[in-house]
Write a new protein. Structure first.
Length: 224
């Protein structure tokens, strides 16, 4: 193991380390500014062939075969295997009942994260990343739901969850973290505002009534 929480660099049979100078020749757009990006502080220094400014092979493994092949992707470690060497807790979430389809091959880590170019802890803007695919919930809305506008991960775990729809907690507890239940609307008096009795099943599922929780153009209570 190397310093910090960086694991040992991956090994590629028959390959040797070339040093980051060899990577710069083809990947200058990636390497030029990497020294001040989020992942730069995780560069492994155990192998003297790597320069401290880049350290590409700390994550991608020894690159001699990659260079000799003219840049064949199969000659270097890429994708989820690279990320999982450190982010093993995250990798485990993709085996949960509700998960983004990483194992199925529909997305990769870099579909949401910019591992080379961001200075943010989460590597990219969360809401922009989510709504690039989930366009149906994209704002702006006339009535915004504050936690949603702030950060999708207030309610969802983007990697995986035992709850449906990647929710970090089941209803109604997820909603009750922020909202109380006023007596005149949620059944404590036996009926809602229209006089219709409210069942326990409804109280367990807030979205049976508040079905526009990502934002609404018509109702301040986030309904149609």
């Amino acid at each position: 193991m190397t310093a910090g929480n960086m694991t040992s660099p991956p090994q590629i049979p028959g390959a040797t380390y070339v040093g980051s100078a060899g990577c710069v020749e083809c990947h200058e757009e990636v390497t030029t500014h990497f020294h001040d990006r989020t992942h730069a502080n995780l560069i492994a220094t155990a192998n003297k062939a790597r320069t401290p400014e880049q350290g590409c092979e700390s994550c991608h493994g020894p690159a001699s075969l990659h260079v000799k092949s003219g840049g064949e992707p199969g000659r270097i470690v890429k994708g989820a295997a690279t990320c999982a060497s450190c982010h093993q807790d995250v990798q485990a979430r993709f085996s949960m009942a509700s998960h983004h389809p990483l194992k199925e091959g529909a997305v990769s880590c870099t579909s949401c994260h910019d591992a080379h170019g961001s200075k943010q802890a989460t590597l990219t803007s969360t809401n922009i990343s989510c709504t690039s695919c989930h366009q149906a919930v994209r704002g702006p809305h006339a009535f915004e739901h504050g936690p949603v506008a702030e950060n999708c991960t207030n309610c969802h775990n983007p990697h995986g969850s035992p709850m449906r729809k990647l929710l970090s907690m089941s209803q109604p507890m997820l909603c009750l973290q922020c909202h109380s239940l006023p007596n005149n609307r949620h059944g404590q008096t036996g009926a809602n505002a229209t006089g219709t009795p409210i069942t326990a099943a409804v109280l367990r599922d807030c979205t049976s009534c508040h079905n526009q929780i990502h934002g609404s153009s018509q109702d301040q209570h986030l309904r149609y």
